[in-house]
Design a protein around this ligand. Sequence first.
Ligand SMILES: [Zn+2]
Length: 69
Amino acid sequence: MSIVYTLKKLVDPVRVRMEETERKRLVEVGESEKSEDAKYRCRVCGLESRSNEYCPACLADTMETVRQS
Ligand SMILES: [Zn+2]
């Protein structure tokens, strides 16, 4: 834990808590799909990403938007 992180936690605990929540959510993404943000999935290999630019596995422009039901 860096000293900057510690200071931030003292100064702005709400923001730090939000950042921790966001970090956990990013780790869990793909397993629990509760995100309301746009997500993308490779139509070739099924890999999910938050970027629609290209699939990091296929290295091709194969990402399409995942529709949350
Ligand atoms: Zn792919």
